[in-house]
Write a protein that binds this ligand. Structure first.
Ligand code: KG4
Ligand code: ZN
Length: 371
């Protein structure tokens, strides 16, 4: 083929009026990493379907996610996953398509973005681009007791790729306050879990092993640092912790189950201490009334317990704590629909509201501040 392909001009039917008060049935697609997900959500809150396929296990033998393998799995799963999400609904009843445009792996993102564009083109429906990191925090508006959720709020998004703190003055008004300077908390969980002999996605494995640890904390022979706990910023750093774990681990020849559980316990304590402390500090500084946590690491039961215990033991009664159900913490498309509903087209378009498919593109390094 020679020359540039001819791209048809946008049909006027794509230019719908957008109002947050409209009833909105959204088909959402998420393919930023190793999960292929689709969901139908009504009005940003009512989950009609939520389908997630994961290639996580396929990467186990490589010791990390292989982008090429993830992209091929996205291609294999995308149509069956969307088809399943639409069981019981019809594309005719969908008002808009929401899709993750970044950040993420380019090969994976492209599968979701191009599929969403194709559906939008074929059906004449508008498309809403969504920032994956920001989408995590909208799980809090689907799931938690919103009666007690007040602004300003501090939102901690903590996942395999990100550890970010935001000030939320309203559901749409976000300011980035700080984030990790190197590894994300989830990445630290995953890498140290692998060292302890657990497979990929090891945050949950560390949580389970830590629970079996019989060692009283002050008697624990393994002492790990709490990185950046006492610095003045709201930033995090977890790569040094991973190195410290490796150094400690090498001191022992017999890696018994008891030792593994003790390591898991201390790793979890170190990561959760820093996350809780910095989030509470941000809440104090910005006079927050609610704390929202989200992202895969927010599924961690010790993290949730620590937040609640800290609030209780310090008699902090003017600050409510919110976390989505664990299955809405890890990657899924329901959060993409919720973000699309509550924020509209907030990334690539100056204009509020759904965008036409011509303007949508995958942005692997989409900034966590691009809101
Ligand atoms: O949000 P997510 O599914 O994907 C990203 O956007 O990165 O988060 C995945 C991360 C992984 O690092 C995984 O180990 C961690 O969330 N994770 C947990 C738990 N469940 C998942 N970390 C600690 N405790 C858990 N229970
Ligand atoms: Zn995620």
């Amino acid at each position: 083929m020679t020359g540039n392909p001819v791209i048809p001009s946008p049909s006027t039917s794509l230019r719908v009026n957008w109002s947050r008060d409209l009833s909105m049935n959204i088909l959402a697609i998420e393919t930023s990493c190793d999960e292929t997900a689709a969901a139908v959500v009504e009005d940003g809150t009512k989950i009609v379907s939520n389908v997630v396929a994961s290639s996580t296990k396929m990467h186990e033998k490589y010791g990390g996610i292989v982008p090429e393998v993830a992209a091929r799995e996205q291609l294999r799963c995308i149509i069956p996953v969307i088809t399943e999400a639409l069981v019981g609904s019809s594309l005719k009843n969908i008002d808009a398509i929401a899709v993750t445009v970044g950040p993420g792996l380019i090969g994976s993102l492209l599968v979701g973005v191009e599929t969403a564009k194709t559906i939008a083109f074929a059906t004449g429906k508008p498309i809403i681009p969504v920032n994956h990191v920001l989408a995590h925090m909208y799980a809090n508006f689907l799931d938690s007791d919103q009666k007690n959720l007040h602004f300003p709020a501090i939102s901690l998004v903590v996942s395999g790729g990100h550890t970010e703190l935001y000030l939320m003055k309203s559901i749409k008004d976000l300011t980035w306050l700080g984030g990790t300077l190197d590894d994300a908390a989830g990445e630290c969980f995953d890498k140290t879990a692998r060292l302890l002999g657990f497979g990929h996605g090891g945050g949950l494995a560390i949580q389970v092993a830590a629970k079996k640890c019989q060692m009283l904390h002050d008697k624990c022979q393994i002492k790990l640092p709490r990185p950046l706990l006492h610095d003045d910023t709201l930033n995090f750093s977890f790569s040094g912790l991973k190195t410290a774990v490796m150094r400690e681990w090498k001191k022992y020849e017999d890696h018994s189950e008891e030792l593994i559980n003790t390591f898991a316990h201390e790793i979890q304590e170190s990561i959760t201490d820093v996350l809780v402390e910095k989030t509470l500090r941000a809440a104090k500084k910005y006079h927050a009334q609610s704390i929202l946590v989200s992202g895969g690491v927010a599924a961690n039961l010790r993290l949730r317990e620590k937040f609640l215990t800290k609030l209780r033991s310090n008699n902090i009664t003017n600050l409510t704590f919110h976390a989505p159900s664990p299955q809405l913490c890890t990657d899924n498309a329901v959060i993409i629909a919720a973000a699309a509903y509550f924020r509209g087209s907030f990334i690539l378009s100056e204009v509020e509201g759904p965008t036409d498919w011509h303007t949508i593109t995958a942005v692997p390094n989409l900034s966590v501040e691009e809101i």
